[in-house]
Design a protein around this ligand. Structure first.
Ligand SMILES: NC(=O)c1ccc[n+]([C@@H]2O[C@H](COP(=O)([O-])OP(=O)(O)OC[C@H]3O[C@@H](n4cnc5c(N)ncnc54)[C@H](OP(=O)(O)O)[C@@H]3O)[C@@H](O)[C@H]2O)c1
Length: 233
């Protein structure tokens, strides 16, 4: 029985690779991106039978509303899994002594509020099915235990907040049988990770799909990496 996935930020990078691997497995994939028409990576995967493209800008409430309405038509039976993948890196030049308010707001808007708004908007469609799975692609850079002064504070702090957001959704929705996961994809060769990153998108997504598909209600509220290893908050 194919599973229905909604993925945000599917224009390129990890999002597009999620679409590629899930479609090969025979799942129904609803690939959301800010501008689907401008994404060549995505266009090559869309067949409008099992892979659909839907415009969704995660920081624009009207865009979220329109996307949910379109997906209700595509999946009237509901969706099984929402993957909150869209994210931005922010500035890597600043440190905690000089990061600006604008920088914090921009990164928080996408990586935290966007994830929250999208998740809230898709809850009715998730509740229609029994799987009830939400996956936030967060980062080990959001771990307070493992923190150091490298990389931009805006990204680290927003990813720490996104981890908390996932944990709170997990706690709040546990009674309804939801499984909410915070997953670190590894250090991956994408536009964000750069070419010197440790692993390919193919390896990262293969690992994350194994973690996601193998998750149970006991996995609710966990923070793990693409190999399923538990990470400290
Ligand atoms: N690569 C790594 O090493 C790494 C490590 C840890 C965590 N992550 C996380 O993994 C996720 C995917 O990252 P990636 O490496 O694939 O980065 P990427 O290649 O830069 O891709 C980011 C994706 O997010 C989309 N996006 C950004 N803002 C959006 C918005 N407002 N609405 C909709 N889509 C939006 C981008 O769309 P556009 O094409 O429209 O810009 C793009 O599809 C992110 O959440 C990131 O924080 C990545």
């Amino acid at each position: 029985m194919p599973s229905t996935y909604v993925i945000t930020g599917a224009s390129r990078g990890l999002g597009a690779e999620f679409v590629r691997q899930l479609s090969k497995k025979g799942d129904i994939v609803i690939a959301c991106a800010r501008n689907t028409a401008a994404s060549e990576d995505l266009a090559a995967l869309v067949d409008n039978k099992t892979v659909y493209a839907v415009d969704l800008d995660t920081v624009n409430p009207e865009s979220i509303k329109a996307a949910v309405a379109r997906i209700e038509q595509l999946a009237p039976q509901g969706i099984d899994t929402l993957i909150n993948n869209a994210g931005i890196a922010g500035s890597r030049d600043a440190d905690a002594t000089n990061t600006t308010a604008e920088e914090y707001k921009k990164v928080f808007d996408t990586n935290v509020i966007g994830t929250s708004d999208v998740t809230q908007a898709f809850l009715p469609l998730l509740r229609k099915a029994s799987t009830r799975r939400i996956v936030n692609i967060t980062s080990v850079l959001g771990s307070i235990t493992l923190a150091n002064a490298m990389f931009g504070p805006s990204y680290r702090i927003a990813k720490a907040a996104e981890n908390m957001l996932g944990k709170l959704f997990a706690e709040t929705l546990a009674g309804e049988g939801f499984t909410v996961l915070n997953v670190h994809p590894g250090y991956v060769q994408t536009r964000m990770g750069g070419k010197d990153a440790h692993i390919t998108p193919e390896v990262s997504i293969r690992g994350m799909l194994s973690v996601i598909e193998g998750s149970t209600k006991e996995s609710n509220g966990t923070f793990v990496d693409y190999e399923g290893k538990s990470l400290p908050w």
